[in-house]
Design a protein around this ligand. Structure first.
Ligand SMILES: Nc1ncnc2c1ncn2[C@@H]1O[C@H](COP(=O)(O)OP(=O)(O)OP(=O)(O)O)[C@@H](O)[C@H]1O
Ligand SMILES: [Mg+2]
Length: 335
């Protein structure tokens, strides 16, 4: 069987899907008390993922998840600059690329790569009925407006067709999030980047939305990049995961492998902070405070909080190294 046939079987799509990120650095250019500063929000991120995988990116608030999502989507410019590295997608025989000098990802928006941005519950235009919002989406992408097709898509995301007559403010939070997901998936994108799509929702609605993302992945054969600060949402949902700390990916791999054998000291802290029903052992916070992204340490960004650090950790930032099957870690404990 050729490689292409294998990928088609895996994704259920007629095209291959490949996402490659190489040594990506993306910084905000900002000003503090009149002095120009760089916020080093994404530092040396590399990963490669193929086919209809469900990748979760997890890390504490402010570690750079949304910035990475923006760069993966190609929504850079103004204050967010790609300093080095590149993001490359391949869909069948079409390539799209983002680098410091090039951004063709915008050509793929909605049809190939779509995004559910953080805080998107309030992203819908409040003075447009949903029918008009779908009309704008389809006609601006050269797709004929077909109300029946939209209704059946709404059915897939479990929304009644009467929502087309509604204004966004007339819907509950869970319904609005479903609408945003329906819009993001309507043109059958190959990659869907969902940034904290459930963080403003109650736990029951949250579970339903996550199930919906999983169903969409199965139905469309898309790759999902799911961003969350809550590691407990990942098992049973994402088959691959990346742990982010201070703008860097410190551990990456098969979710099962990371959960059963967490390697990076930060991943271990994250996992030990997960609540377990009936477990009364005291949960210990991670010592120290989150790293400054304006003035980060030279070496490993977790070093100032790590109890197992060595001299080399202070000097040189470790790269991700594969230490087990499809399981990479950026830590000198494993060299
Ligand atoms: N427009 C901006 N200008 C300057 N700095 C920014 C900007 N947006 C974010 N930052 C900074 O970049 C860093 C990474 O922010 P980012 O929003 O990517 O984190 P996050 O992991 O998504 O956090 P959260 O879990 O709270 O959403 C933070 O230090 C943040 O303060
Ligand atoms: Mg964020």
């Amino acid at each position: 069987m050729s490689v292409d046939q294998k990928v088609i079987q895996k994704t259920g799509r007629r095209e291959t899907i490949l996402l490659e990120v190489e040594n990506l650095r993306a910084y905000y250019i900002t000003e503090q008390f009149g002095v120009a500063k760089e916020v080093k929000a994404v530092e040396g991120v590399s990963l490669s993922i193929e086919g209809s995988n469900f990748l979760a990116i997890v890390g504490e608030s402010g570690c750079g998840k949304t910035t990475l999502a923006r760069v993966l989507y190609g929504a850079v410019g103004s204050s967010l600059l790609v300093k080095e590295g590149r993001v490359r997608y391949r869909f069948g025989d079409q390539d799209y690329e983002l680098s410091p000098t090039k951004n063709t990802l915008k050509d793929a928006w909605w049809k190939k790569i779509s995004c559910v941005p953080q805080g998107s519950l309030s992203a819908l235009n409040p003075v447009r009925r949903l029918r008009d919002i779908f009309y704008d989406l389809t006609t601006s992408h050269g797709v004929a407006f077909d109300e029946e097709k939209i209704k059946s898509h709404l059915e897939m995301v479990d929304l009644p067709s009467y929502v087309l007559r509604a204004y966004p403010f007339e819907l509950s939070g869970g319904m609005r999030q479903r609408v945003v997901i329906a819009l993001a998936t309507f043109l059958n994108p190959a990659v869907i980047i969902a940034d904290e799509p459930t963080s403003a929702l109650d736990v029951v609605t949250q579970k339903n939305i996550l199930q919906l993302l999983s169903d969409i992945q199965a139905a469309l054969g898309s790759m999902i990049v799911f961003i969350t600060h809550d590691i407990s949402l990942i098992p049973g949902l994402a088959n691959m995961m990346a742990v982010m700390y201070g703008g860097c990916i410190v551990e990456y791999g098969l979710t099962e492998s990371v959960f059963t054998n967490p390697l990076h000291p930060y991943t271990r802290f994250l996992l030990s902070s997960m609540p377990v029903i009936g477990d009364k052992t005291e949960r210990k916070p991670i010592p120290g405070s989150p790293v400054s992204l304006i003035d980060p340490p030279e070496g490993c960004r977790f070093y100032p909080r790590c109890s197992q650090g060595k001299d080399v950790c202070a000097e040189l930032r470790p790269d991700l190294v594969e230490v087990d099957f499809q399981h990479w870690v950026a830590c000198y404990l494993y060299r």
